[in-house]
Write a protein of this length. Structure first.
Length: 408
């Protein structure tokens, strides 16, 4: 079970039992929670709770069932109950390579903020729930190890406006360095966003729709459709049971995919339509790269590529991404053994943004909040030189983690 050990989940949830519970009742609770954390065979009905023989329904805090926040509502089961089954394709991902910060020394880091979706397989099951068909997972961090890289040397996919901005920032930094007699490599380094950033990808809402279809009646589906079409941006919604649903998700705007998922995840909507609370969380968790399921947002370094700044764009991709219309070319380099906080990866920029004397684009003086600093990184795209200080900091971080038994 990825992310959290089953024993730790049980211990967390059993803590919610009344203090007067007997040893026999605690033992029964452990068995009940272990059963709840096992792979889900169907989407639980609304109002389902973890029940313990001889005790009232156990009310478990949302954060214990879903500590990373895959859903905006409380789940009926631990999120790990929706661990997926992914079938491998005929072209497996390139093997993962582990590198150190020392391998990047002298180069520049360009931050690639992205969702944490998996790549290189077909999602067939969510927990023990068979999907109606398998869905291709395109990444994410591992996009740079998947078929698009092996075919076109593609290392990142995004909207054309974003890839153009990324490449310009990288080329400008390289040209400035060349004027100083240097010719550094520029490394695209992935930084993971929050779990709901998965809503941008076309396959996340499609998986959620598949699960919802298995639960909904024709009547509840129509009621959901009518509710969704009240949103001005969803007038062209084809309907939950429409044969055109797949094509709609492929052609939909990012905003529309988000509206669909976040509507389906709202407490008031699901209660009004008698929908189960676990659908969206299960879909998001199922499409997530296993190495990032329990990783906090804003950590990076799992995917690193050396960008090809002389031929930066894949003009006619042989392996197009279903969500993003532009791809960047480069060479897969590897990933760090342990991801780093964005504040350490982009050290100089965050120091500037967190300074009391920082002047923002509107002329206001003062340190930015963490959220605003992250936004500034994404929009201003500063690059970070990997110097000896950064290498030393990373090595010290690894030693500290080894001393605590967190890595070998």
């Amino acid at each position: 079970m990825a992310g959290r050990e089953i024993k730790s989940i049980i211990d967390l949830i059993v803590d919610a039992l009344p203090s007067k519970a007997t040893s026999k009742e605690v033992s029964a609770a452990r068995k009940a929670v272990e059963k709840a954390a096992s792979p889900a065979a169907k989407i639980p009905k609304p109002g389902t709770t973890i029940t313990v023989p001889g005790l009232p329904p156990t009310r478990v805090q949302k954060e214990k069932l879903d500590p990373m926040g895959y859903s905006g509502t409380k789940l009926t089961r631990p999120i790990e109950a929706y661990t997926p089954t992914v079938r491998q394709t005929n072209t497996p991902n390139l093997p993962r390579r582990v590198i150190t910060m020392e391998d990047l020394e002298g180069g520049f880091i360009l931050p690639l903020y992205g969702d944490r979706s998996a790549a290189g397989g077909l999602l067939a099951r969510v927990g023990d729930i068979d999907l109606q068909r398998a869905y291709e997972l395109e990444g994410g961090v591992d996009f740079m190890r998947a078929l698009a890289n092996q075919t076109d040397d593609a290392v990142w996919a995004s909207a054309p406006s974003i890839t153009k901005s990324l490449i310009k920032a990288a080329q400008d930094a390289r040209e400035l360095a060349r004027k100083n007699g240097e010719d550094p490599s520029v490394y695209g380094v992935t930084i993971s966003m929050a779990p709901d950033a998965l809503d941008f990808a076309s396959f996340t809402p499609r998986v959620a729709a598949d699960l919802a279809q298995q639960f909904m009646t024709k009547g509840s589906a129509k009621k959901f459709d009518d509710f969704l079409r009240q949103n001005p941006d969803m007038k062209d919604w084809p309907g939950m049971m429409s044969p055109d649903l797949d094509q709609w998700f492929l052609n939909a705007k990012t905003k529309q995919r988000k509206i669909f998922l976040r509507t389906l995840d709202k407490d008031n909507v699901r209660k009004d339509l008698n929908l189960p609370p676990d659908i969206v969380a299960a879909a998001r968790y199922a499409v997530t790269d296993p190495t990032q399921r329990a990783m906090p947002s804003g950590y990076g370094g799992l995917g690193i590529s050396r960008l090809d700044l002389d031929r930066p764009f894949v003009d006619s991709p042989k392996v197009p991404h279903s969500t993003y219309g532009s791809q960047m070319r480069g060479e897969y380099v590897g990933g760090l053994l342990a991801p780093m906080r964005q504040e350490d990866l982009m050290r100089d920029a965050f120091r500037k943004y967190f300074s009391p004397g920082y002047v923002d684009t509107k002329g206001a003086v003062g340190a930015l909040s963490p959220a605003n600093a992250t936004y500034a990184i994404k929009t201003q795209l500063p690059l970070q030189l990997v110097d000896a200080q950064m290498v030393d900091h990373y090595m010290m971080m690894l030693e500290d983690m080894r001393s605590k038994g967190l890595i070998d």
